[in-house]
Design a protein around this ligand. Structure first.
Ligand SMILES: *[C@@H]1O[C@H](CO)[C@@H](O)[C@H](O)[C@H]1NC(C)=O
Length: 237
């Protein structure tokens, strides 16, 4: 049902054909050096100020917040949980987004030190270590929103699911529903509000919190200490 095979979407193929027919249109340097790889010209459009990360391939990560169209900021927690907050300045919504390949990003919680990840069951979690479940394909969609799809898992039309008509391959998107909870990713669509994210630059308050994190050990420890209620409950078992 699930495979790591690469997707070769039709629009990209058309784009490549178009680029080939317009030799002077764009410098094909990064694309030509990646034989067989789809070259995402849209990525370069994102490279400007608005949350773009592509120009930093192999460079320093960018600090961003991911604001979902459901009005929640994505949070990466130290206890392994992913959810959304309506708060404008939550420490766990401050993220480091790094391009790990063309069009592929890793998203790390600045305060939790954990990576956004999706498992084979389509559940989001915060991984302590970077692995292939932490790779997401970043795409630009309408109104400046981005989507983030698992690079590893997707629904492939075969076997049981092929009984249904129009069972095209479907990507599994990072998605925060209207209650601030992550949706099971195999149920997501790129057109749903819950799958659309606006990368936002940090405001002054966010920058202050990042500065505190790096300079004040007590502040850092107080944030990462698990709530005592949970500790008691765990000890009880
Ligand atoms: C998000 O998760 C954190 C950590 O588990 C929790 O403290 C918080 O209440 C959750 N927020 C929402 C909106 O579910």
């Amino acid at each position: 049902m699930v495979t790591g095979a690469r997707l070769a979407p039709l629009p990209l193929l058309l784009l490549l054909l178009l680029l080939r027919s317009l030799p002077a249109a764009a410098p094909a340097l990064p694309c030509a050096s990646r034989a067989g790889r789809a070259c995402d010209a849209r990525g370069r459009r994102d490279a400007g100020g608005r949350g773009g990360v592509y120009e930093h391939l192999g460079g320093a990560p960018r600090h961003r917040k991911l604001y979902c169209a459901t009005k929640y900021h994505l949070q990466i927690h130290a206890n392994g949980k992913i959810n959304g907050t309506l708060e404008k300045n939550s420490v766990f919504s401050i993220l480091e987004i790094t391009a790990v390949d063309v069009g592929i990003v890793a998203i790390k919680g600045c305060f939790s030190g954990r990576y956004l990840a999706m498992n084979e069951r389509g559940r989001l979690y915060a991984s302590e270590t970077y692995n292939s479940e932490c790779k997401f394909v970043e795409r630009i969609h309408e109104l400046g929103y981005n989507t983030y799809a698992s690079h590893l898992y997707r629904t492939v039309p075969n076997g049981a699911s092929s009984k249904r008509k129009a069972s095209a391959e479907r990507l599994w998107y990072v998605s925060i529903n209207g209650k601030g909870r992550p949706r099971r990713s195999f149920k997501t669509r790129r057109t749903q509000k819950s799958s659309l994210f606006l990368p936002r630059v940090l405001d002054n308050k966010d920058h202050d919190m990042v500065r505190l994190l790096h300079t004040n050990t007590k502040y850092r420890e107080s944030l990462l200490k698990p709530p005592s209620k949970n500790q008691r409950r765990r000890r009880g078992h």
